[in-house]
Design a protein around this ligand. Structure first.
Ligand code: AVJ
Length: 759
């Protein structure tokens, strides 16, 4: 097993997660009597002691036996606590450890697991698996406890949910359209998640509409009281037979009080039915009947996953068409507005169409998020355990985002008459106070050509080459996120640590009112800088530039809500071609930030040319370039950073061939290419290549091109230049920039520099 040292961020995160999760498991067990732990509460569920000992057996199997090759602590119990050998149906009949025994087993295994981790390190996949497994069982135990209806039981980490801040604002029946198209679904390779959809693959999804929040108790109550369980026409034959036989009249845990009012039986006893919370514990039959009663149907899995990961793919357009993964905006010159290339001419794209958009504070987030936030106040940092309303994790590769899409209601097209002083509709006029977000897209249909041109040019050269920018499709961006968390890949952490340590100094030195960021992405590190500028009281505007429109929109939304009064002017475009669209500086000083060491991807000549272009965005002595550069160091450290033990960088590198297969109809046998990464000591750059393992002839349909690869022939996919202080100063000087400060991390691995145009 490839193991990462336990000292890494990922390792620490996982170990901390295991510890917190265990604390929760034990707190739950401590709140239940031994008798209740040991009996079988419901024929469908295991005795709770089985869950506890099973958690231990599973951890021993994976973290100790499989990971460190140490024999099992209790080989004799392996079958009893194996979920397949001893299925739920018989768990009430076999001999099990008693409560004390199960708790001891848990403790003993944890000690062994920590020892094994000490010698064998944290494995990002196995440790994640074990951690999520335990969290899943805590959930199962809570389900069992809900069925148990124990008198006076009060789970230690459960608090009563606060009532909705905007009661009745959502019903679960507000539908939004999703354009569909060819979308990618499934769990990403190289990480663990409980998802059977793997590897990631493409499915074609027809346009559909889907409710944007879960159905509320209020809506379900209306259904039930409106004859939902009596109207035969809403039920399939099979469903009706089941309902009749089981005498189903409402969701599983709903009950009536003596006075006839409805309540919900929870693990902590009867509670008033909260009209704003999602309706739970309904069967598939009931859900289908509910849908039919509302002229709808249940979504397919592909539709659900498309919608649930919506923010990663597309953006809603105010009740009109949405773009699928592969759509790009087109330019309809006659109409003077953008529209979708594939969608019909009546389908406008809003929010990114060059119009000003504004936030509607009243309808910011689905209120459910705030309701559920109270349920499990102790946060456990696992994606699968996210609750609605939690911040959306950075393009998480494994788990579809559950719950309402975070922003559909936030971005609205300005009503047509507005600009000319026409009548505004009452809702919008009530909230259209300040316009804080502007987003403009500069991608045009011609942009697809750049891939085709780059491929035609790069693969017909004597030394084959592709520019690195085509790495970053959805999968590639996810893999890059994973790279940033690898123990071997230090630049992201090093740069962040510099920002954390030096941001207030940067704020003092620049007094910047504005940050323009090239390749902003999720702006995760940039927040640190923005925080310092906000604290210094100078910050007014943020200008993110990124090719991924959903990123720009999301960042705009998040930052305007995180930083009071911040104005965001987002630019959807390619920073190599659209710099001219960066607006002129506002009143105060500006920082142009180019982070991550991406400047290293340019060849030396174009690097200087690009820096000269950046200098033109800056006023001498007033504005600054904040540039992130990776530094020259021990080649072993450098090479490990680009050839990690877990193989993520290799997958990232090969993925560019998937991009070509999909976008240009090429037939690369992706697995037949080997990942190569080495430090070129002369040129002081990392080179990544793909090496053909055998002779190959590749057909690229969109270009009508056949490309021959000799055995072991290599295709260069990236250079990533490393800098010495001298080289940095020379490059900046050649671009007409004066280097003012170089800030390094403690280990001296990475540098952030501030420079300003020579006057
Ligand atoms: C995002 C371009 C800075 O060169 O280090 C990471 C990309 N390639 N691992 C870099 C990358 C392989 C990264 N940059």
């Amino acid at each position: 097993m490839p193991a990462a040292p336990a000292t890494s961020d990922v390792g620490e995160d996982l170990l901390e997660g295991l510890e917190q999760t265990r604390a929760r498991t034990l707190a739950l067990a401590a709140a239940i009597s031994d008798g209740d732990l040991e009996r079988q509460i419901d024929p469908l569920m295991s005795p709770l002691v089985w869950d506890l000992a099973h958690i231990a057996a599973y951890e021993d199997l994976w973290l100790v036996h499989r990971h460190a090759d140490v024999p099992l602590l209790h080989a004799d119990l392996a079958a009893t606590y194996d979920a397949f050998e001893t299925p739920r149906a018989v768990r009430g009949d076999v001999e099990l450890l008693d409560a004390a025994g199960a708790l001891q087993y848990l403790a003993a295994v944890r000690e062994r697991a920590l020892a094994a981790t000490g010698t064998h390190g944290v494995d990002p996949v196995i440790h994640e698996l074990v951690l999520q497994h335990e969290q899943q069982h805590v959930e199962t135990m809570l389900q069992t406890l809900t069925l148990a209806r124990l008198d006076g039981f009060d789970p230690p980490f459960r608090v009563s949910a606060p009532s909705s801040p905007t009661p009745g604002a959502h019903s679960g029946l507000e539908f939004v359209p999703v354009a569909g198209g060819e979308v990618e679904i499934g769990a990403c390779a190289g990480r663990f998640s409980y998802d059977n959809e793997r590897p990631p693959h493409h499915v074609t999804v027809a346009p559909f509409r889907i409710a944007r929040t879960p159905v509320t108790n209020a809506s379900w109550l209306a259904f039930a009281e409106g004859g939902g369980y009596e109207r035969r026409e809403w039920w399939s034959d099979e469903a009706w037979a089941w309902k009749q036989q089981e005498d189903i009249t409402g969701p599983l845990h709903w009950a009536r009080r003596p006075d006839g009012s409805r309540c919900e039986l929870t693990a902590c006893g009867p509670r008033d039915l909260d009209p704003d919370r999602p309706a739970c514990h309904v069967s598939w039959f009931e859900a289908a009947a509910f849908a039919r009663a509302h002229g709808a149907r249940l979504p397919t899995e592909a539709e659900w996953e498309t919608a649930a990961t919506w923010t990663q793919r597309s953006w809603p357009s105010d009740g009109e068409a949405h773009v699928g993964l592969r759509d790009r905006p087109g330019r309809d010159r006659a109409a003077g507005r953008r529209r979708l290339r594939r969608a019909g001419p009546d389908r406008k794209r809003l929010g990114v169409d060059g119009d000003r958009v504004q936030r509607l504070p009243r309808v910011r987030r689905a209120p459910l998020s705030r309701v559920l936030r109270g349920v499990l106040p102790a946060r456990l940092p696992r994606a699968a355990r996210r609750r609605m309303g939690d911040a959306v994790p950075r393009r998480h590769p494994d788990v579809p985002e559950l719950g309402p899409s975070p922003a559909p209601a936030d971005l609205r097209r300005r009503p047509p008459g507005d600009r000319r002083g026409g009548r505004m509709n009452p809702i919008e006029s009530a909230v259209a106070t300040e316009q804080v977000i502007t987003i403009r897209s500069y991608l045009t249909p011609g942009d697809e050509r750049t891939l085709a041109d780059d491929v035609l040019d790069g693969l017909t050269r004597p030394f084959k080459e592709l520019p690195p920018k085509h790495f970053y499709d959805t999968v590639g961006a996810e893999l890059f996120d994973q790279i940033c968390e690898l123990p071997e890949y230090y630049p992201t952490r090093a740069e962040r640590s510099i920002l954390v340590a030096e941001s207030s100094r940067i704020a003092q030195a620049t007094r910047a009112a504005e940050v323009v960021e090239l390749g902003a992405g999720t702006a995760e590190k940039t927040r640190v800088l923005l925080g310092a500028l906000a604290a210094a009281g100078t910050l007014r505007r943020y200008v993110p530039v990124d090719v991924t429109e959903a990123m720009v929109v999301r960042v705009a939304d998040e930052l305007t809500s995180d930083f009071d009064g911040l104005e965001v002017h987002g630019i959807v475009g390619d920073f190599e071609r659209h710099l001219e669209h960066v607006p002129p500086p506002g009143d105060g000083p500006r920082i142009v930030a180019f982070l991550g060491g991406t400047i290293g991807n340019f060849s030396p000549g174009s690097r200087r040319r690009f820096l000269r272009g950046l200098a033109r965005l800056l006023r001498p002595g007033v504005d600054h370039l904040l540039l992130g550069t990776d530094l020259v160091k021990d080649p072993r450290i450098l090479e490990a950073a680009y050839d990690d033990a877990a193989g993520i960088t290799a997958a990232f590198n090969r993925n560019v061939l998937n991009v070509l297969n999909r976008e240009l109809g090429a037939d690369f046998d992706v697995a037949a290419f080997e990942h190569v990464a080495f430090f070129d000591r002369e040129r002081e750059w990392i080179e990544m290549r793909l090496r053909a393992s055998r002779r190959m002839s590749v057909h690229i349909a969109a270009l009508g091109l056949d490309v021959e690869f000799a055995p072991r022939e290599e295709l260069r996919t990236e250079i990533s230049a490393k800098f010495t202080p001298q080289r940095l100063a020379d490059d900046l000087a050649a671009a007409g920039l004066n280097l003012e400060q170089v800030l390094k991390d403690d280990a001296g691995q990475f540098a952030l520099s501030l420079s300003t145009p020579a006057g």
